[in-house]
Design a protein around this ligand. Structure first.
Ligand SMILES: [Zn+2]
Length: 206
């Protein structure tokens, strides 16, 4: 597993259920939910200080204890184990340089939803992961491939309306052209996830 494939979002996404969208949750993007302290996001830097990933406090602390990474920025809060108290990291840095390939993300449901920020690419509604499905823009029956460029997050309502047709045929419009998950996408997401934490700013240049 490449390091960038590790959780960018601390919470696991549930599998879609066709019945779930009956009782719709409030349209809150998952990144804005307030996670428990061990699930708080931690920015992971490469040895060269380049931001490469976001992980959860729990995993970051394992990396610190193992001596794989060191803390660059700390929260004021501490967690206590039986033997000692440890400040919660906000930014950690890997001690050994890790090569990050250009295309670091695996094509997966989770990563498509992450790229599209849980937003239906037709109606622009923001949904929980369970309320979204993946839509083949060009249907598979027309030779549409399962690729970054042909798969988008889609709510069940739009998916039903579109059916086995292209967006043009269904009379609906794609919000934007789907692209692979690039380093740029990752940076944007890191800024979004870390917008409440001032300590991340200098590493993400904003
Ligand atoms: Zn929709």
């Amino acid at each position: 597993m490449s390091s960038d494939e590790a959780d960018s979002r601390p919470e696991k996404t549930a599998e879609p259920s066709p019945h779930k969208h009956e009782n719709r949750l409030p349209h809150t993007p998952p990144v804005q939910r307030r996670p428990a302290i061990m699930q708080e996001p931690v920015l992971v830097l490469n040895a060269t200080f380049e931001p490469i990933n976001v992980t959860a406090v729990r995993r970051a602390m394992v990396l610190l204890i193992k001596g794989v990474a060191q803390a660059e920025e700390l929260h004021h809060r501490e967690v206590h184990s039986t033997s000692r108290a440890m400040k919660i990291p906000s930014v950690i840095r890997l001690l050994a340089y890790r090569h990050i390939p250009q295309q670091t993300r695996a094509l997966s449901r989770k990563n498509i939803l992450l790229r599209d920020r849980n937003t239906c690419q037709f109606c622009l509604g923001v949904f929980s992961a369970a309320e979204l499905t993946l839509d083949h823009v060009v249907p598979r029956s027309r030779g549409g491939r399962s690729s970054w460029e042909n798969l988008v997050a889609c709510c069940y309502e739009c998916n039903n309306r579109k059916g086995d047709r292209t967006p043009e045929e269904a009379g609906i419009q794609l919000a934007r052209r789907p692209r692979p998950f690039t380093l740029y996408t990752s940076r944007q997401l890191m800024r979004l996830i870390g917008h409440r934490d001032e300590r991340w700013r200098k590493y993400l240049f904003y």
